[in-house]
Design a protein around this ligand. Structure first.
Ligand code: HSE
Length: 400
């Protein structure tokens, strides 16, 4: 029997216990041994909970118990999860986590500690919730040079943008409704400003490069400035607007960015709606592949944590390979990356827009203004042109 402890009995932590219990019959042969939850760490007590007797308040009970071989860190946040994870790994206990903040901030160090102590630091649930994407990158796409990754990695913002698209509603209105339904946090900043997607693409970019892509280096824009008028233009162009987290090997360096982008109806990411997530990977041999599913939620995320617990049980005393060095990748300045831009301009700026951007095919769906799509140009070129166009209302990157 492999003894397991769960740190944090919140949404994901309680889901982990539920998945382990409900699917025990299937899990035992897959893990090679029965997995038993011996402790649950939480500050709170849970009177009446079926696992009440397993709740402890002192992490040292878990860290000092030699029977515990695997720990699920489902606390979230950097502290104290970082300290607990380091101590667990140094004690030779594998750690399985859904904590993208911690993985993005300290992943390479925690992986090194796992290797030094012949155990594992597994983080399959940290990106895309229940979608298998970390293990495919580590195990299945190892023959590939991954040239780009485009992800819809945040369920909250995808839900909001889908509603805005389908119902013609404005951001604030949909956010309020999403908060009432529990789809958005009361403090939605991490989601709507793109910080959550930024951590997730930092993790995927690190696995893509095998080195350390720091989330602080990734240019990030959220969705708070997107309006219902923008969606009218997107519709006229047969496109939608999605919050894309992307990472590209541009030949002369790696570029990573999080930004709302227009994407066309022909692209597979166009159909990814509501709270769903997807990761679109382009490899130099395979070409395109897409991973789709529930990027959040109790049981979907818990399922990914438990899959890592099973992998840990299969590899007791051995570290599975994960190439993510501590060497920091120096990302290309996003201003040097090139793409098309969709631009909205007040009617009085029409002549200036034409002289700055050349031929313009006007899209007219809102009174007093028009929209157009530029040719491919660098962010820097685009910025220098629109500096001379005070009549510009807004711009949205066009990715596909
Ligand atoms: N807030 C995140 C989302 C939860 O909306 O996708 C999953 O990481």
């Amino acid at each position: 029997m492999v003894q397991v402890a769960v740190l944090g009995y919140g949404t994901v932590g309680s889901g982990v216990v539920e998945v382990l219990e409900n699917n025990k019959k299937m899990i035992t042969p897959r893990a090679g041994e029965e997995l038993n939850v011996k402790y649950i760490l939480d500050l709170r007590d849970f009177p009446g909970d079926p696992y009440e007797s397993k709740v402890v308040h002192d992490v040292n009970v878990i860290l000092e118990d030699p029977e515990i071989r695997v720990i699920c860190e489902t606390m979230g946040g950097i502290n104290p999860a970082y300290d607990f994870s380091k101590k667990a790994l140094m004690a030779g206990k594998s750690v399985c986590t859904s904590n993208k903040e911690l993985v993005a901030a300290h992943g390479p160090e925690l992986l090194r500690l796992a290797k030094e102590n012949k155990c594992n630091y597994l983080f399959g649930a940290s990106v895309g919730g229940g979608i298998p994407i970390i293990r495919p990158i580590n195990y299945s796409l190892t023959a590939e040079k991954i040239e780009s990754i485009h992800g819809i990695l945040n369920g909250t913002t995808n839900y909001i943008l889908t509603k805005m698209d389908k119902e013609g509603a404005d951001f604030e209105e949909v956010l309020k409704e999403a908060q009432e339904k529990g789809y958005a946090e009361r403090n939605p900043e991490a989601d709507v400003e793109g910080h959550d997607a930024c951590r997730k693409i930092a993790i995927l970019s690190s696995l893509m490069t095998g080195k350390y892509v720091k989330y602080e280096d990734i240019y990030t824009e959220g969705i708070t400035k997107i309006t219902s008028a923008d969606f009218k233009y997107a519709k006229a162009l047969n496109k939608s607007i999605k919050l894309l987290a992307m990472s590209k090997d541009e030949g002369d360096g790696y570029m990573a960015m999080v930004s709302p982008c227009m994407i066309s109806q022909e692209h597979p990411l166009y159909c990814v709606s509501d709270v769903f997530n997807a990761v679109f990977v382009h490899g130099n041999m395979l070409g395109d592949s897409m991973f789709y599913g529930r990027g959040a939620g109790k049981l979907a995320t818990a399922s990914a944590v438990v899959a890592d617990v099973i992998d840990s049980a299969r590899h007791l005393g051995k570290t599975v390979t994960c190439i993510w060095d501590e060497e920091v990748v120096s990302l290309k300045d996003y201003k040097d990356s090139a793409k098309k831009f969709f631009v909205r301009v007040k009617n009085e700026g029409a002549d200036k827009a034409a002289s700055l951007f050349g031929y313009i095919e006007k899209i007219e769906v809102v009174d007093g203004e028009f929209g157009f799509v530029t040719e491919v140009m660098t962010e820097r070129e685009f910025a220098s042109k629109v500096e001379q166009l005070p009549e510009m209302i807004t711009r949205i990157r066009v990715e596909f």
